[in-house]
Ligand binder design. Structure first.
Ligand SMILES: Cc1cc2nc3c(=O)[nH]c(=O)nc-3n(C[C@H](O)[C@H](O)[C@H](O)COP(=O)(O)O)c2cc1C
Length: 457
């Protein structure tokens, strides 16, 4: 969700002038802008409509640039794993458009005539791209587009309609004045939203067209949100409405079978941890730590795993924090890892003890100087009068240690180690028939050994 402040809305004339500036003095070609616009539309779609659920896409393309954006978006969606089809009833006889058609044909993307489309488009399609008319369109839509717009309007949320820049049938500045225009679920504004976008009431408003140079932004006094990372689109407008009770994912994963797992749960954890790292997950070592106090009141928070071996699982913190005092009162805890993209969860439970001062010293001094100062400044879990209190003390200590001298470890800062007596490896499966393999430490023939049980999901 973008919260970077006010956003400019363009009149039809300003939108045309920006395009003229880009394609005149700034040296852009129409092909380039169309490619980037179409890519923005395709990436906006992938942000909301995942290909596993919304696979069948229809791009309805008009005769102008908006239609070209739709053709480009369909090509990218094909490469992103969707199954696009195109309805392009009034082809434009220019090399740029002929090239886009050839590219799609070479990917075997089907072109469907208006007559071959079902009256109820939701029968054959999950997402429909409305790339019929752009910001330069005015007047009343003519056949066959009037009929296509009617079919889009009659869908009434049975399929997701994504409008490119302007919902078809809308006035560029006034919106849906006749009341017969498309009511899209998603609007992808290109370059900057046009005035009509203020009247958009669908769930998802995105901005694309990440090519505006500062000189154009300054000249047209454009206030635009920044794009995250390398993204070609950014969400603007209100956050999406979600029905929490309807949110569910059908997990599909390889089976987790008793005869495939390691006998030693530490080795099994190592295997899964390495796979989670290899999958590109961020902060694979982030885990929920649950503790209880002497009154048996539970409390959870995230911490970072900093090492594990047959001796246990280690993290660092302030011994006088809430978790520190809980662990003094009840030195037992539960750890929980959730690796979303792998559909995996690992639970680990057992007694907890402080690690040696020498180990804590060694890790503390391996941390960046800023983090070491932060550990001194933060009387973790105590009430502070305001951010400035922390900031002022941080500044003071940064000055004090600016000569590069040793920053001492606070006495109340160090590591804990949980020695596991229970593990559970959970692998999500279709229809909620998940795999759960629990390892518990039991006495077997006088020896403490790990015993594996399958638990019902
Ligand atoms: C991803 C993540 C990692 C964190 N890692 C640590 C950590 O390693 N040590 C720590 O003391 N706090 C860490 N925190 C902050 C804790 O969640 C928590 O706010 C803090 O430790 C105070 O918790 P307490 O009042 O329950 O003791 C982390 C938070 C997040 C979101």
């Amino acid at each position: 969700m973008n919260d970077s402040g006010p956003i400019s809305y363009l009149t039809q004339r300003e939108a045309a002038e920006i395009d003229e500036t880009l394609m005149g003095p700034l040296g852009f070609s129409v092909d380039q802008l169309m490619e980037l616009a179409g890519l923005s539309v395709a990436t906006s779609i992938t942000e909301v409509y995942k290909p596993g659920e919304y696979n069948r896409v229809l791009a309805i393309c008009g005769p102008g640039n908006n239609g070209g954006d739709g053709l480009v978006a369909a090509r990218h969606l094909h490469h992103f794993g969707y199954k696009p089809s195109i309805c392009y009833p009034k082809r434009t006889a220019k090399p740029l458009y002929a090239g886009l058609v050839t590219q799609l044909e070479s990917l075997s993307v089907p072109f469907v005539s208006v007559d071959d489309l079902p009256e109820d488009l939701s029968k054959d399609f999950d997402v429909i791209i409305d790339a019929v008319f752009g910001f330069s369109f005015h007047g009343a839509p003519r056949p066959p587009f009037d009929d296509l717009i009617r079919r889009l309007v009659s869908l009434q949320n049975r399929a997701a309609v994504v409008s490119v820049d302007i919902p078809s049938g809308w006035h560029v500045e006034e919106g849906d004045i006749e009341g017969g225009g498309v009511k899209p679920d998603m609007l992808v504004s290109l370059t900057a939203p046009k005035l009509c976008a203020k009247r958009f009431s669908g769930n998802h408003h995105f901005l694309g067209g990440r090519f505006i140079p500062p000189s154009v932004a300054e000249r047209f006094k454009l206030e635009l949100p920044s794009y995250p990372g390398t993204s070609m689109c950014v969400r603007i407008g209100k956050p999406p409405k979600v029905d929490i009770s309807a949110m569910r994912v059908n997990y599909v994963s390889p089976e987790l079978l008793e005869d495939q797992v390691e006998v030693d749960p530490i080795l099994q954890f190592r295997k899964w941890f390495d796979e989670a790292v290899a999958s590109g997950l961020r902060e694979t070592n982030a885990m929920a730590l649950s503790t209880t106090n002497k009154d048996r009141k539970p409390s959870s928070r995230m911490v970072l795993l900093k090492g594990f071996d047959e001796n246990g699982f280690v993290w660092f913190t302030n011994y006088e924090s809430k978790k520190g005092s809980d662990l003094t009162e009840n030195p037992c805890a539960a750890l929980l890892f959730y690796w979303e993209s792998l559909n995996r969860q690992v639970r680990i439970e057992g007694p907890v003890e402080r690690i040696s001062e020498a180990e804590s010293e060694s890790y503390y001094h391996s941390r960046p100087r800023g983090s070491r100062i932060g550990a001194i400044v933060s009387k973790q879990s105590s009430v502070v009068a305001g951010r400035h209190v922390l900031y002022d003390e941080y500044e003071e200590l940064t000055k004090k240690y600016s000569d590069g001298s040793v920053i001492p470890k606070p006495k109340n800062w160090g590591g804990f180690r949980l020695k596991p007596n229970l593990f559970e490896f959970w692998q999500g499966q279709p229809s909620r028939l998940h795999d759960r393999l629990q390892y518990s430490l039991q006495d077997v023939n006088g020896n403490r050994s790990w015993v594996i049980h399958r638990l019902a999901p």
